[in-house]
Design a binder for this molecule. Structure first.
Ligand SMILES: [Cu+2]
Length: 223
């Protein structure tokens, strides 16, 4: 039997927000060697650094997925109509971590004058590996199963690597240049939250929100 469509009750919905801080010394990120592909290298005036560990000016950590892993009612959440975008620009995938919902459309673009080969290394969802020449049409993809998370690589440029998280619901965020996250519309209850970082891994924590509560929860990863 199909699950009922989820419903957010605005009269009681709670909010979770916070930031992911970074303590200790951030490892220096190596410059990416694009010399094998001058058409990639020529697009940059300064060397591009790996985005694996990106610590913001305010001491927070970027590219951390924060998502509600457990505790939600069994229901079907509808994906937004708005697509998300994975761009190839300067022979780098942008963004470095892309999170979206099951069945949400993903637009994949090649803004480079070179051929790319987009390889979604998913395990739960069927993996695929497709070339995308310069000025080719956008690719439109959907992922039908939740999967947190898997790499997207490029068979032409070994340094190109981003991460994708396919979520079964809208209660997730990815930290940006302020290290903050905001998750709205939670029914009162107790949940398990998971944070995921490419190098520093996964962490679970429990939290409880009451009706209309605005809860603040900060996390930290150590270098
Ligand atoms: Cu490529």
């Amino acid at each position: 039997m199909a699950l009922p469509l989820a419903h957010v009750d605005d009269a009681t919905a709670a909010t979770l927000s916070g930031k992911v801080t970074f303590t200790g010394n951030a490892p220096p990120m190596p410059a990416i060697d694009m010399s094998a592909n001058p058409m990639c290298e020529l697009q940059h005036h300064t060397p591009v650094k790996s985005e694996q560990v990106t610590v913001n000016a305010n001491g927070t950590l970027r590219n951390v997925l924060v998502w509600v892993k457990d505790g939600l009612p069994r229901a079907r959440w509808q994906a937004p109509e708005t697509p998300v975008t994975l761009d190839q620009n300067g022979c780098v995938y942008q963004p470095h971590v892309l999170a979206f919902m099951v069945n949400q459309q993903v637009e994949i673009m090649n803004d480079d004058p070179v051929n790319h080969n987009v390889h979604a290394e998913s395990v739960v969802n069927a993996a695929w590996n497709e070339s995308q020449p310069p000025r080719a049409e956008k690719k439109f993809k959907r992922f039908t199963e939740p999967e947190v998370w898997f790499p997207v690589s490029c068979s032409v440029h070994p340094w190109m690597r981003s991460y994708i998280a396919v979520l079964p619901h809208p209660f997730f965020a990815v930290t940006g240049d302020d290290g903050a996250f905001l998750i709205k519309g939670l029914a009162p209850g107790t949940y398990t939250l998971e944070t995921v970082h490419e190098k520093y891994g996964r962490k679970d924590s429990k939290f409880t929100v009451g009706p209309k509560e605005s809860k603040v929860l900060d996390f930290s990863y150590a270098g």
